[in-house]
Design a protein around this ligand. Sequence first.
Ligand code: CMP
Length: 512
Amino acid sequence: MNGVLGFWTGHWGALATFAAVIFVAALVHRYAPQKKRRTRRITFIFAFYILAWGLTTLFGSMEMARAAEWLSVTTQLFGAFTLVTWLAIVLFDLALPAVGVDVVAITTDIVVGVAYVLAMLGVLRAADVNLAGLIATSAVVSAVLALSLQATLGNILGGVALQLDGSIHVGDWVQVDATRQGRVKEIRWRHTVVETRDADTIIVPNASLLASNIFIYGKKDGLPSPRRMSISFFVDFRYAPSRVISVVTEALGSAPIARVAASPAPDVVCMDLGRDQAESCARYVARYWLTDFAVDDPTNSIVRSRIYAALRRAKIPLARPAQTLFLTPEDDTSEQKRSERHFEKRLAAIESIELFKELTPEELRLLADRLHYAPFTAGEIVTKQGAVAHYLYVITEGSVEVRTHVEGASKPVSTLEAPAFFGEMGLMTGEPRLADVIALEDIECFRLEKEALQRVLGERPEVAEEMSRTLAKRRIELIAIRENLTAQDKGEREERERERILGRIRSFFGLG
Ligand code: CMP
């Protein structure tokens, strides 16, 4: 033992210790820069070592044997501490993280603390210091400290318990009090640091954290998991719950929403049929699984927008307060007034469509009259390739992307910016939808049913000729993507395609 310890008082010992400290500091700087705190500690201890070493050498040369002896023990003590710190860095900061093992801070601190004590006892024993007396003194000191620092000790024990039993982890979302939630940033000896979404930091004493229930969001079987979120909405009794549920479920599941898990899929349930006599609406709850709790409100908002748009398309209004219902009862006149108000908007939409440029003002008004408001939110699929076509769509705000499936992959065909139309191919030929059309942002959109076009084409079949030209052009563009057509191929096939489409329109609409 003495031989080993004596090493630290020699020249080579000091040099080797210096080299080891520099080496490990360089490694930390390179591979674990976030653990720099520990390098500072080893530098500090090493500085004491070098100081003690220098004084030992000085006093030794001055032949002050007694002082030199004591200083030599101090040198050995700091040498041993430097070694313990060095080993701790290599083990806990470099080696274990490199193999993917992350030891919690408190465990590391306890192990290192015990190692310091053992190192100290080892050095003192080798120097023949009376350990029994030392231990007795430190036991008395510990008891006095324990009494005076009861609250602090409670927190410290709380911290130890929290980390060792792994009940909460850094990164967990916890409920701090009745109104505040936050993400655990750090679990320290005395307190836990929690950061809220509003960029506030809450320091929670560990003892108080343990004294109450800890609510951890989105965690199951000890592992992070999507959290179920509930969005309430109210719909009047006039609309059957089964219909409301199917409309909203369809809208939430039809296209992915960022941070909403695909599985388990969102669902909708009817929670209540009016809580008291005054209410004439049912309460529904759309439930979905949120994959990133940090973004809960924005995701809720996207889900609400999608619910709103789906209900608007299905002509299911959100419930109004009962009082308003009594004051302005829904009847045909109010509906008519409202539709007149919106007529101008619809007419402008129809007039902006190139497909209808051959139509007379009366025909345009007829179509505008039969246009229905159908908004969609970003990411929703408006038409699905292969589906049966029921509508032609006109967008007055926003943009959509047309995509087609080629050999299993979805490829972009074009982007349509408002004012624009789509869905005409399926509606006018009766063929399945040729492409997916996806809302790139929230879009203001109207749709037209076949019956409206039937009336126009029935009276003036020649209009179909001009329309078939637009349809052929789009269709050839689509085929060009699927079959890699050259510009010349496209030109040649367009006329043939136009005739084929015209034939389809004529037979589908029963035109002579
Ligand atoms: P439909 O086939 O009914 O449904 C998908 C729609 O995508 C289609 O009608 C067109 O309106 C639209 N579409 C297909 N190809 C193109 C294209 N090349 N350019 C613009 N829109 C297109």
